[in-house]
Design a protein around this ligand. Structure first.
Ligand SMILES: *[C@@H]1O[C@H](CO)[C@@H](O)[C@H](O)[C@H]1NC(C)=O
Ligand SMILES: *[C@@H]1O[C@H](CO)[C@@H](O)[C@H](O)[C@H]1NC(C)=O
Ligand SMILES: *[C@@H]1O[C@H](CO)[C@@H](O)[C@H](O)[C@H]1NC(C)=O
Ligand SMILES: *[C@@H]1O[C@H](CO)[C@@H](O)[C@H](O)[C@H]1NC(C)=O
Ligand SMILES: *[C@@H]1O[C@H](CO)[C@@H](O)[C@H](O)[C@H]1NC(C)=O
Ligand SMILES: *[C@H]1O[C@@H](CO)[C@H](O)[C@@H](O)[C@@H]1NC(C)=O
Length: 576
């Protein structure tokens, strides 16, 4: 069994984020004073764009999930006094569906020498006898990063309200040549056939990202392994490492400790240098205590990503109840810092996703947990509708600020008209910026997709789209999010994001699917049934009283057919 970490892990992000806030406040603060004596400034207090069904705390936060005895737990940071870093406690919420959450009392807070300067991220593990333990990074009086554990005080309490930190903490110190300022985010531990627990702590040696491996029989006394589990030159600090088994035979998930011949493993890191994550698929060589990537994708930031957008500090856990592995990531605010202050909250958690190995073994596939569908409400549908070159089709009849859209496009009639792929186009994000969502003169198939959170005239919009190219003997599919026209407001961070979709559209008779979860200031998209995913934060500034619109569009040269489009209005979830 298993579970998660973001608990403290996200702590780290908050620390960094708050430093940033602090510095910026000086600048923004004076800017605001100038504004208040005459210069018009957007009225930030009204620009909340607060999400309706994504988890967020009332104030600054970041989190970590765990499943235990039928209940999902989320631990997150919370400042009871101000919407900035400080006075931080480990707030705790629980849920039975990962969508609706109720708050509990704080679980962990700095209180002892081994965490007096901070409780950073970690993970949960379920020990034999169904006993959960949290592993987290504490900051000691010398500002060293050390690894601590904490246990529930009362296992009969179904909500695990109180947590106890044993006096023998820290259980892992940065010894030898380990950099004590770069030593954090212990993973969920796994149990080997040799009767030892193992965990990995993220670190770096010079420019080399390192996953330092530790072993223990009793979860209290830990010994460092001779070799790291994995390391890669030039990748910098590895935050939030995650390591879990997947089966090439079935989409059923495996417990983190599952170990047998023929299993594959996924190894993911969050790169502090790029602020993006990447993962590889490979083999866990248990005898030599090493993870060996298959080598089918780059083992650096140009490699595979769970999400090619705003998605970081993700963590998976094994959901024993529904036998699935759940991936959960954090999506930071991309509004101006001044507005974050005004709003009083920053950062949301993406909708939890089931994750499994694709049938071809080349990547993982993700899909929003079924539970989110319980929020689906009013539905509209469009069948077999052609969108001609330069055309749009509006999805009418529902409100779309809070919506779930699933569409299947059919491009079978024009697969021979696709643009040629230039092998020099190796960076999908750049290619999305270069090609964009705008009408293409003489182009082939695409851009086609959805305009979400759009104004009625379509002037303001976030484009979620595909473009299809032809390489020597296969099609290349690009999926993009272009939020550059999402809002006219200044100070927003709105990069175009993109990823290639490893999907044989010829074999699928020209059909490709797209799903987008839309929630006021976030758009999470899943291309080709979850083979490529992109998340963006956007802050549409519609005229007062006007609502968000949703369109399907086609700016390619050839006509594209909507085979079927279903869209649902989403109810609000109960979030704390
Ligand atoms: C975002 O906030 C702005 C300003 O309050 C508002 O005009 C717009 O309708 C909001 N958009 C959504 C999608 O909630
Ligand atoms: C432990 O939790 C159970 C269930 O909530 C409660 O009945 C019991 O009194 C608690 N025990 C202690 C020592 O607090
Ligand atoms: C240790 O890590 C810190 C934080 O990243 C860095 O500033 C420092 O240079 C590192 N020290 C060494 C010896 O690499
Ligand atoms: C990333 O890995 C790929 C494939 O191994 C390699 O070609 C490329 O040079 C690497 N990029 C960087 C920046 O290290
Ligand atoms: C697509 O499939 C057809 C027949 O199945 C084949 O003739 C054609 O070469 C394929 N095209 C590509 C680009 O794979
Ligand atoms: C999210 O915020 C933007 C804008 O401030 C930064 O550029 C990103 O680096 C940041 N993302 C993460 C993962 O921290």
């Amino acid at each position: 069994m298993s579970s998660s970490r973001q608990v403290v892990h996200n702590c780290l992000l908050l620390v960094l984020f708050s430093c940033f806030l602090w510095k910026r406040d000086v600048v923004e603060g004076s800017h605001y004073r100038i504004a208040s004596i005459g210069e018009p400034l957007v009225a930030p207090a009204t620009i909340t764009n607060r999400t309706g069904y994504h988890f967020q705390s009332p104030k600054n936060w970041i989190n970590g999930p765990m499943y235990y005895n039928g209940i999902y737990h989320l631990f997150y940071q919370y400042n009871p006094e101000e919407p900035i870093w400080g006075n931080i406690v480990w707030a705790h919420s629980y849920s039975t569906d990962m969508i609706n959450w109720k708050p509990l009392q704080p679980a962990i807070y700095p209180s002892a020498p081994f965490d007096i300067n901070g409780c950073w991220s970690g993970s949960a593990t379920i020990l034999p006898g169904n006993k959960p333990v949290i592993f987290y990074t504490g900051i000691d009086p010398q500002n060293r990063q050390v690894q601590n554990i904490a246990f529930p005080k009362n296992l009969s309490d179904p909500y695990l309200r109180e947590w106890v930190k044993p006096h023998y903490n820290p259980v892992i110190n940065p010894s030898g040549d380990v950099n004590a300022s770069a030593f954090r985010d212990p993973t969920t531990a796994w149990y080997g056939p040799d009767g030892h627990w193992r965990t990995v702590v993220g670190s770096k040696q010079g420019d080399r990202g390192v996953a330092i491996l530790y072993r223990s029989r009793d979860f209290i006394n830990w010994a460092v392994s001779k070799n790291p589990l994995h390391s890669v030159e030039g990748t910098g600090m590895w935050e939030c490492p995650d390591f879990f088994p997947v089966s090439p035979m079935t989409t059923d998930a495996l417990d983190t400790s599952a170990f047998r011949k023929g299993l594959k493993h996924v190894f993911k890191v969050s790169l502090d240098i790029t602020r993006y994550e990447y993962y590889t698929i490979g083999t866990y060589d248990f005898v030599n205590e090493r993870y060996i990537p298959d080598g089918l994708s780059p083992d650096n930031h140009t490699g595979l990503r769970f999400d090619y957008g705003n998605f970081y500090a993700s963590k998976t856990f094994y959901d024993d109840g529904k036998r699935r592995r759940i991936l959960w990531g954090w999506s930071n605010e991309s509004d101006s810092v001044l507005n974050d202050w005004k709003k009083g909250w920053a950062g949301i958690q993406a909708i939890p996703r089931a994750v499994w190995l694709a049938g071809d073994g080349r990547q993982v596939v993700q899909w929003p947990v079924d539970e989110v569908e319980s929020l689906r409400h009013k539905q509209v549908m469009i069948n077999k509708k052609m969108i001609k070159s330069g055309g749009v089709v509006e999805v009418k009849g529902i409100e779309t600020e809070q919506a779930d859209v699933e569409v299947v496009f059919d491009v079978s009639s024009c697969l021979d008209k696709v643009e040629k792929f230039d092998p020099g186009w190796t960076d999908p994000q750049k290619l999305c910026s270069l090609k964009g969502a705008e009408e293409q003169k003489g182009a082939g198939v695409g851009p086609f997709g959805l305009y979400v959170l759009a104004s009625g005239d379509g002037e303001k919009r976030t484009a979620v789209f595909f473009r299809i190219f032809k390489d020597v003997n296969k099609h290349v599919i690009l999926m993009c999010h272009d939020p550059t026209k999402s809002s006219k407001r200044e100070g927003l961070y709105k990069p175009t994001y993109g990823g290639f979709v490893d999907y044989d559209i010829n074999k699928s008779a020209g059909k490709i699917s797209l799903r987008s979860l839309i929630d006021h200031s976030v758009v999470e998209s899943f291309g080709a049934m979850g083979r490529t995913c992109i998340t963006s934060r956007v802050y549409p500034d519609f005229a007062p009283g006007s609502k968000a619109h949703l369109f399907a569009f086609n700016n390619g040269n050839a006509g594209v057919k909507i085979l079927q489009l279903k869209a649902w209005e989403m109810r609000k979830a109960l979030v704390n």
